[in-house]
Design a protein around this ligand. Structure first.
Ligand SMILES: Nc1ncnc2c1ncn2[C@@H]1O[C@H](COP(=O)(O)OP(=O)(O)OP(=O)(O)O)[C@@H](O)[C@H]1O
Ligand SMILES: [Mg+2]
Length: 398
């Protein structure tokens, strides 16, 4: 063989190899191109990719075709439902002989992704399901379904819900107990007020009459000097009785504001403000609509809320002024108690062992009113009680 032949032979082999390599590369490029095209139109199926992605997943994954034939199940799902080869999905997951009523295939093969929750009686587990369409190289659509086991989370949620229910029941019991106790307290205060007013009032009146009797009938026989001394003592006794009567009246009014029963809520609150101005250094202003037509129970609740507010301002606010404003706005009555003091301190307002604000909240909650505690932009605290106003039905004239 000549040098030239040798050279031509080698070139031929090289050429053949090169052509073969080139053909192989063209095939690879064609496949890559198809994969890319499939990717563009919504995904592609590749067994290797499945194995790499879905096999190690703790969530269950399976793929099914339009005819309900299972194409792939990952090990996690096989652990739950067993071998799948040759089975229709309804047989595999529900041991049924025909399509399930809740089957989502129609929607999924129509391009939708569906999320739902499912309880399996076979595994006794609850799953969060995602069903979505995928395409293979040829453009065939399959359904990919992911099973996320949420049994434990659901059990915990249920336990939590039961605990919340128990707590709510307990809270409702405590609330009715507190309302009941408040009612008992109000009745007891009313009884005490009546007894103090009737019994003590009567005794004090009787003592006054006896003292007058003593002065008018028995002092005639006395010498001038003794009469003057006796008269002075009698005057002191009468003044003491008068003070005791006023004190009794005040205690009675604090226990049960009779004005509230006789003249209504606004008059009772006005009296409360007058008393505050009389006995406290804080200047208390009162601005109000003429009257509110409201049930006795509600009137006493409002009175107690304002009373506790005034006491709080006197005890805690360091204010020099307070205002009690009662107005009607948009079919609601607003009762606003404000002061120019230090304002509410978030930490102190709910402190354990304090029952004033708690009592206010309970009273307003009982009637479905809105009670808001806030600080003024300038200085001081504001408590607003907002009451939906429904006028009481008037008795019809016969
Ligand atoms: N007008 C106010 N200005 C500033 N702080 C206030 C005002 N009203 C209430 N507070 C704060 O809110 C706290 C709780 O009030 P709350 O009426 O519940 O309890 P209390 O007055 O301390 O005790 P009590 O149970 O005898 O009423 C008070 O201790 C006080 O710190
Ligand atoms: Mg208080």
């Amino acid at each position: 063989m000549s040098k030239e032949d040798n050279y031509i032979d080698l070139s031929k082999n090289e050429l053949i190899n090169l052509i073969e390599e080139k053909d192989q590369r063209i095939d690879e490029l064609k496949i890559e191109n198809v994969k890319l095209k499939c990717k563009e139109i919504g995904g592609f199926i590749d067994e290797d990719i499945f194995k790499r992605i879905f096999h190690p997943m703790t969530d269950g994954v399976y793929i099914v075709n339009k005819e309900f034939d299972i194409q792939y199940v990952n090990p996690s799902l096989i652990k739950d439902f067993g071998v799948y080869e040759g089975k229709k999905c309804y047989k595999y997951f529900l041991n049924r002989e025909n399509v399930c009523s809740g089957c989502k295939n129609a929607e999924v093969f129509n391009g939708e992704t569906i999320y739902w929750e499912w309880y399996s009686s076979i595994t006794a587990k609850i799953y969060d399901l995602i069903e979505t369409p995928i395409k293979n190289y040829n453009g065939n659509i399959f359904k990919l379904k992911i099973f996320h086991d949420i049994t434990e989370r659901k059990q915990k949620e249920e336990e939590l819900q039961n605990k919340v229910k128990e707590l709510n029941t307990l809270r409702n019991h405590l609330r009715s107990l507190s309302n009941h106790l408040q009612q008992i307290q109000e009745n007891e205060k009313k009884r005490l007020a009546r007894e103090l007013h009737d019994e003590l009032g009567q005794v004090l009146t009787a003592i006054t009459l006896e003292v007058f009797n003593l002065r008018d009938n028995y002092s005639i026989t006395l010498t001038n000097d003794v009469f003057n001394k006796a008269n002075l003592i009698i005057k002191q006794i009468l003044s003491l009785i008068d003070n005791t009567m006023k004190l009794t009246e005040r205690i009675v009014m604090n226990l049960r504001p009779v004005i509230l029963d006789d003249l209504g809520l606004i008059a009772a609150l006005k009296w409360l403000v007058d008393q505050t101005n009389k006995y406290s250094k804080i200047e208390c202003k009162f601005e109000s609509i003429p009257d509110i037509d409201i049930d006795k129970d509600k009137a006493i609740a409002i009175y107690r809320i304002v009373q506790e507010n005034i006491t709080n301002i006197q005890r805690h606010s360091k204010a020099t002024k307070m205002l009690i404003l009662i107005k009607k706005e948009n079919d609601k009555i607003h009762i606003i108690v404000s002061d120019n003091g230090i304002g509410f301190n978030e930490k102190k307002i709910n402190k354990p062992g304090s029952f004033g604000i708690l009592g206010m909240k309970e009273r307003s909650l009982l009637f479905g009113w809105n009670l808001v505690f806030e600080n003024k932009k300038g200085k001081g605290a504001v408590v607003s009680l907002i009451i939906p106003f429904v006028s009481r039905p008037k008795l019809r004239d016969r």
